[in-house]
Design a protein around this ligand. Structure first.
Ligand SMILES: [Zn+2]
Length: 306
């Protein structure tokens, strides 16, 4: 082993203390402050980086919004998104700008061998952006990926029944929304849901409504509302309407909302969102308080659209 000799250290110390201030050994004096200075610089850079993130993000989004909207995408909107045709001109311009950001930031993944085309991306993005047109929260900050299946898909879920017995169930789905930042859609169901504009069934709207609901955690029918009075009003009106729907379903009485909306508050919010955008006139007539709540939440009034 190569150990330092015991007698060396006092000699070195002696030399060091006896050196002039500008000698090479002065490094011993300044070196303790250098790491602190570097750490300070790195800390400042880190703070600047974090503080500048929203600014850079907004600058980048502003540039994306200013990009010319491709003519081919307009054709897709005309062909597959009849809801877009109903929007007034200012909202059409706004949705095109939102779509530029959405399509630049979100990743589309084809499942079961599906090749994702612009037709799919634009159609899905248009429905996603319809829901956030006037909302200040941004472009689905938690959403990262959209998984597309050619048609309905099968999932297997474990659940425990009321007496504690575990089961595995197979479900055939047209769409899903995950709180980890994914929306899953059947392309065929997305197309069919979009094609009929007034039947209150639109799986893309349904799943992106869940995604908005999940911005506060698990979907529970209580999406982010900034004002306390709005939260109280939302809770009171939706609570009453949900209980009324459940009673109607139990009696077998007809309703504007499908039975699935009575499953739980999260499904109620997603289904009512479909009806709000596609059957606004009936909803405003039959459920005026509920319609008003959704107008305030989405910051939109589809009754004014053509
Ligand atoms: Zn749902």
């Amino acid at each position: 082993m190569h150990l330092p000799k015991q007698g060396c250290m006092p000699a070195l110390l002696k030399i060091h203390h006896g050196c002039p201030a500008n000698s090479l050994f002065d490094n011993f004096e300044t070196s303790p402050t250098m790491p602190a200075f570097i750490i300070l610089c790195l800390g400042v850079l880190l703070v600047l980086w974090f503080a500048g993130q929203p600014w850079w993000l907004e600058r980048r989004r502003q540039a994306l919004r200013q990009q010319p909207f491709p003519a081919a995408w307009r054709v897709i909107l005309r062909q597959h998104v009849p809801l877009y045709q109903r929007l007034p001109a200012d909202l059409q311009r706004q949705i095109r700008q939102q779509m530029q950001v959405f399509l630049a930031e979100k990743v589309f993944i084809g499942c079961q061998g599906l090749l994702v085309t612009d037709e799919m991306r634009v159609t899905v993005a248009a429905h996603a952006c319809l829901l956030i047109l006037n909302r200040p929260a941004g472009c689905y900050p938690n959403l990262r990926q959209i998984l597309l299946y050619p048609g309905s898909f099968v999932v297997e879920r474990d659940h425990t029944d009321h007496i504690g017995v575990a089961h595995r169930a197979r479900q055939v789905l047209a769409g899903e929304s995950w709180s980890q930042g994914q929306v899953v859609l059947s392309w065929q169901d997305t197309l069919e849901g979009a094609a009929v504009v007034d039947d209150g069934q639109n799986v893309a709207i349904h799943e992106f409504a869940h995604q908005l609901d999940q911005e506060t955690g698990h979907a529970n029918g209580a999406p982010r509302l900034t004002r306390r009075a709005q939260r109280q009003s939302w809770s009171a009106v939706l609570g009453t309407e949900f209980a009324t729907l459940q009673a109607r379903v139990t009696r077998g009485a007809p309703s504007l909302f499908c039975d699935y909306a009575a499953t739980d508050p999260a499904e109620f919010f997603a289904v009512v969102s479909e009806v709000f955008f596609e059957q606004s006139s009936q909803m405003a007539q039959e459920h005026p308080d509920l319609y008003r709540e959704f107008c305030q939440f989405y910051q939109l009034d589809p009754l004014n659209w053509s």
